[in-house]
Design a protein around this ligand. Sequence first.
Ligand code: ARG
Length: 272
Amino acid sequence: MRVGTARRYLMCPPRYFTVRYMINSWMDPTRPVDTARAMAQWTALADTYRALGHTVEVVDPEPGLPDMVFAANAGTVIDGVVLGARFRHAERAAEAEHYRRWFLAHGAPDVVMPSAVNEGAGDLVWTGTLLLAGSGFRTEPAAHAEAQELFGVPVISLRLVDPYYYHLDTCLLVLDDSRCAPLVAYYPAAFSPGSRRVLARLFPDAVIAGPADAACLGLNGVSDGHSVVLPREAVQLGRALAVRGFEPVFVDVSELRRAGGGPKCCTLELRA
Ligand code: ARG
């Protein structure tokens, strides 16, 4: 029996969401985006979390920052310690300061800002015992070392090699972050050969996702240890999770995916 635990999430409504620049392979600025539809999908996602018993904190979006909806990139929060973000691309750079101010105004006594490129929980994924850290497209390896020094937790660097899976949370999902039994799902082809071997060693009973689940950003899910919120196209992954005792909860994120995001990208877990 899997038991979920109540979580606290930070989200940002996609009021100014659009795709007008291209900083990942999913984004096509020539195809118009339906912002109202993105808002409806985001609202349904937030309501899904609330219905599961989680708390949703909301940060005000800023005009001119269309990707601010992807709150996972705002920073990394473990045991109440906040490491802020430093974005790779100029188009998102200003988000870091807006999020820093939100953290300071909402009970974080201190927010450490990184000196290396660090796209927050998009690339720094906490398993409950280890901090898995992606590099290759966005976050720099130097940021992994900064995170290890600040949090005092073991950091495992993993190298991403497929531009469609440019953040670690697009190809790896933590299902169970309880300290005794961390369990993950991932898409091996998104990782360098050496990183694949590291994952196989650390997580011998991981759920291995196939290309169809990866291609709908199915691994960009959010688990509370029991319920796993997934894009509705991730049907095979949903079945595999049900076999392992999890409950898949499907949401429609089709409009947000046009910027390369899914449920997890829209969600930053605030770990007390
Ligand atoms: N358009 C955004 C970018 O390329 C999407 C960010 C998705 N966030 C994530 N945590 N994977 O930066």
